[in-house]
Design a protein around this ligand. Sequence first.
Ligand code: UD1
Ligand code: UDP
Length: 381
Amino acid sequence: MKNKIKIMTVFGTRPEAIKMAPLIKELEKESASFITKNIITAQHREMLDQVLTIFKIKPDFDLNIMKKNQSLSDITVTVSQDLAEIFQKERPNLVLVHGDTTTTFATSLSAFYQQIPIGHVEAGLRTWQKYSPFPEEMNREMVDDLSDLYFAPTKKNYDNLISEHKDKNKIFITGNTGIDALKYTVNDSFDSPEFNDIDFSKKIILLTAHRRENQGKKMEKMFQAILNVVKSDRNFLLVYPVHRSPAVQKAAYDVFNNEDQVKLINPLDVVHFHNLIKRSFVILSDSGGVQEEAPALNKPVLVLRDTTERPEAVQTGAIKLVGTDPYTIEHALRKLVSDPIEYKKMAEAKNPYGDGQSAQRIVSAIKYYFDLNPCRPNAFV
Ligand code: UD1
Ligand code: UDP
């Protein structure tokens, strides 16, 4: 009998955990072929632990690195050093990373130094703008340069990798595991005492915002523009689960505190958040993952960023890139909330990101890579 393949997943932030969880669940089903160990860097702490609880994931290693206002250099150095020790001892056959955070980059660097193969989940997303988003665009480009296996969510992501001369045999079009996660979280009859304070008789405008390149005065002006629209109709209620980053907390509480049409709440666990998307009218977000989830739940998203690495949903019409200029944001939001035809077009546009089978495709691709499967998995279309 062949030796089992040892796979280590490494992740550190809320979005990585949400999108790795369905894959971890699929890998666990393959215990005849794989030994899977999960490492968390805890670049995030509370926001990561919320996800681990929901998906009942018990990490094998917890680097516990989070510091208040941590710098990118802090994260890079600590993660790559701590992992070097673990990788030297454990010698996995494959390290799986997700997306574009600094945990993702530092993990890939550390695995590369140990000459351990790297599989990149959510490979090939690009804006081609070095500082937008910052530091994520360069993180994902560098991770793709270091990777051996690419799990590209869409054909566009595949094309991006091909244009960089990555080996086509190593790229698999899988869909996005974030859409798989919705199968675990969304429930039509979901309710919770945590929602008692939200008046669902109002039209809920749900906001998430955290990007480093928007923090400071720029973020405050964006928030002010949103507030102008919210206050224009007593029937609107803005709900904002505020990210724990101190810079984001400051902007949110400076602009929105004491506004009776605004509810600032703590970050929600992913079950509550996905179900809150379902019960909202409009979504405003600079998040990556929310740009994928909301179209799958038929909710229009105005993307509060100057660029997006997710042009597929712009093309289908499900999301609109409105930028970070306050005037443009205000104008776009006024139009969306007052024009039923525009609203319907966005809400009914196709979700191009997945069919809920992405984790299975990734597991099949890994088996194929290790000669445990004779056939390449079919691409997600
Ligand atoms: C990180 C990622 C970003 C991703 C985002 C998802 C980097 C450089 N950035 O950004 O790509 O989109 O996560 O949310 O990798 N904090 C807490 N508790 C938590 C989480 C954060 O207190 O559970 C606070 C800490 O003070 C921390 C700060 O937030 O220093 C910023 O966290 P950090 O991970 O450095 O950056 P994010 O903006 O969260
Ligand atoms: N999310 C959550 N609780 C919240 C806000 C967001 O669980 O209060 C989820 C959201 O559904 C998505 C992910 O967090 O899956 C997005 O994380 P974030 O916006 O922090 O990061 P990004 O996707 O921009 O990297």
